[in-house]
Design a protein around this ligand. Structure first.
Ligand SMILES: [Zn+2]
Length: 305
């Protein structure tokens, strides 16, 4: 069952973290919320480099959707969009598929994209949309159906709006396996959410309010301790979650937990060591004294001979 196992890791200074293992499937009720937060944690550090942030949504005509039930098609469409945007000079691109819309349980794949784009004059924007339409839908099909891709584009510099978009794009849309069991099977192992471009810049904006928790979660997503930034070395084998629960875990978010150290903290360790050393010294002294006594007895015995 999802969430029944956990990995425990430790930093070199003895700080312990537990990571409850989730399946990450969009329709899994057990881990849906936590997997969503993990997706945000995995991408937020890079998206903090994007200001202003452009956000596009590309919707496909109903007639084309049956052809989009193949994960390889979805992957190729995403790749084509990313390389088109790269050719047009965008440096930072992230895209992710939604499989269903908000209000319907009918398959409705649409491609979300973030890019380092701001305001586009109307001419440039319609030129960009035309380019995307030509790249993602063969003109013969557009003519045959008399329909084309619907593309929405917006941009912002507002941190709250950016974060709202990030949460919206990373959210699960395939909420019930029963909506499309066959598609669910085909999507096993599908890598949704892909980056393109270069991502080495310093952050250009900051998380605000309760979204600040994602700073710590982003560090955990990179395998680092959320406070000290030390790398966490994970055990090779997972443990049953119940065994981790017995160690008083504190939830940091997204099913990451901090655990109390197994070793006592250094101050206490010093105390214990001192006490232990004192005890050993006294024992040693007693041993030496008894040896000396024995020696004297033996020597005394010798003298009797
Ligand atoms: Zn799950």
């Amino acid at each position: 069952m999802c969430g029944s196992l956990a990995l425990v890791g430790e930093t070199s200074s003895g700080k312990r973290i537990a990571k409850r293992i989730c399946c990450g499937r969009e329709w899994c009720e057990e881990c849906r919320e936590q997997a969503h937060n993990r997706r945000i944690a995995r991408i937020v550090k890079r998206l903090l480099q994007v200001d202003p942030m452009g956000y596009g949504v590309i919707t496909f005509p109903e007639e084309v959707r049956p052809l989009m039930r193949n994960p390889r098609t979805l992957a190729l469409l995403g790749k084509k969009l990313r390389s088109l945007l790269r050719k047009r000079g965008y440096q930072k691109i992230y895209c992710r598929w939604h499989f269903f819309g908000d209000k319907s349980t009918k398959h409705n794949p649409h491609l979300n994209v973030f890019c380092d784009g701001g305001y586009l004059p109307p001419g440039q924007l319609s030129d960009l949309k035309d380019d995307i339409r030509r790249a993602l839908l063969p003109r013969s099909m557009a003519n045959q159906y008399g329909k084309d891709l619907v593309i929405h584009y917006d941009f912002t510099r507002d941190p709250k709006r950016k974060m709202h978009w990030i949460k919206y794009v990373t959210r699960p849309t395939f909420l019930e396996r029963e909506w499309d069991d066959q598609l669910a099977s085909m999507l096993y192992g599908f890598h949704n959410g892909c980056f393109a471009g270069t991502w080495n810049d310093a952050p250009k904006w900051k998380l605000t309010g309760s979204d600040k928790k994602f700073n710590a979660l982003a560090r955990l997503a990179e395998g680092l301790h959320p406070e000290s930034g030390e790398p966490v070395k994970w055990d090779s084998k997972p443990l049953p979650w119940v065994l981790v629960l017995m160690q008083n875990p504190v939830h940091l978010g997204a099913w990451w937990y901090s655990l109390p150290p197994t070793r006592p903290p250094p101050a206490q360790l010093g105390g214990v060591e001192e006490r232990l050393n004192g005890l050993l010294k006294r024992k040693h002294a007693a041993f030496l004294a008894s040896e000396e006594y024995l020696e004297q007895l033996i020597q005394g015995g010798d003298q009797c001979k």
